[in-house]
Write a protein that binds this ligand. Structure first.
Ligand SMILES: CC(C)(COP(=O)(O)OP(=O)(O)OC[C@H]1O[C@@H](n2cnc3c(N)ncnc32)[C@H](O)[C@@H]1OP(=O)(O)O)[C@@H](O)C(=O)NCCC(=O)NCCS
Length: 153
């Protein structure tokens, strides 16, 4: 199976929204408006198979040192083949090339990230920028069961 990993363009946003709709409904991924996705379009990588977007992941920069891996999703039909891992690797490489030293993630799937060198951290260590920009908009806030992990380069 030949999956292509590349940067999206603005016309991909609707397809990305459709792909993530179910996970947003389930509260697994925070909702993002079309406008927010457009503003942050450069932060994404998409996985494409047979002309169709089957996954994506974003790297959101908070400070000159810190960025967050977020909005990771893979089409249910293509899971457990390493596509999420590959998407994260593309985002990590881009972040490293920009000079990012610390990568944060909040997830229900810690093992996926531990394999990539992330270590679990206490929730108190989550940067305030993340809490006030994102967490407050989450339907689980403030009782969050996600696990926070950090990778230092
Ligand atoms: C979480 C999610 C993105 C993972 O996508 P995925 O493409 O299935 O992820 P991967 O294939 O890289 O890894 C998944 C499992 O497949 C296994 N795997 C990886 N490569 C594999 C391969 N080549 N062959 C077989 N299995 C493989 C891994 O062991 C992994 O298991 P683990 O994470 O339980 O240890 C996907 O399940 C999803 O979209 N979930 C809903 C949204 C969500 O929860 N997102 C939040 C994540 S922060």
């Amino acid at each position: 199976m030949k999956v292509e990993y590349k940067k999206p363009i603005l016309s991909h946003i609707q397809e990305m929204q459709d792909l993530v709709h179910e996970e947003v409904q389930q509260g697994l991924i925070l909702p993002r408006t079309m406008e927010e996705m457009a503003r942050n379009i450069r932060s994404y990588y998409i996985a494409v198979f047979d002309g169709k977007i089957i996954g994506f992941c974003a790297l959101h920069i908070y400070t000159p040192n810190l960025a967050e891996i977020r909005s990771l999703v893979v089409d249910v039909k293509y899971r457990n083949q390493g596509i999420a891992q590959e998407l994260v690797n593309y985002n990590l490489l881009e972040g490293k090339n920009l000079g990012i030293k610390e990568f944060l993630v909040l997830t229900y799937r810690p093992n996926l990230f531990k394999r990539l060198g992330f270590n679990e951290i206490q929730k108190e260590k989550i940067p305030h920028q993340k809490i006030w920009a994102d967490c407050v908009a989450c339907k689980h806030f403030p009782v969050c069961h996600e696990i926070a992990l950090l990778k230092t380069c």
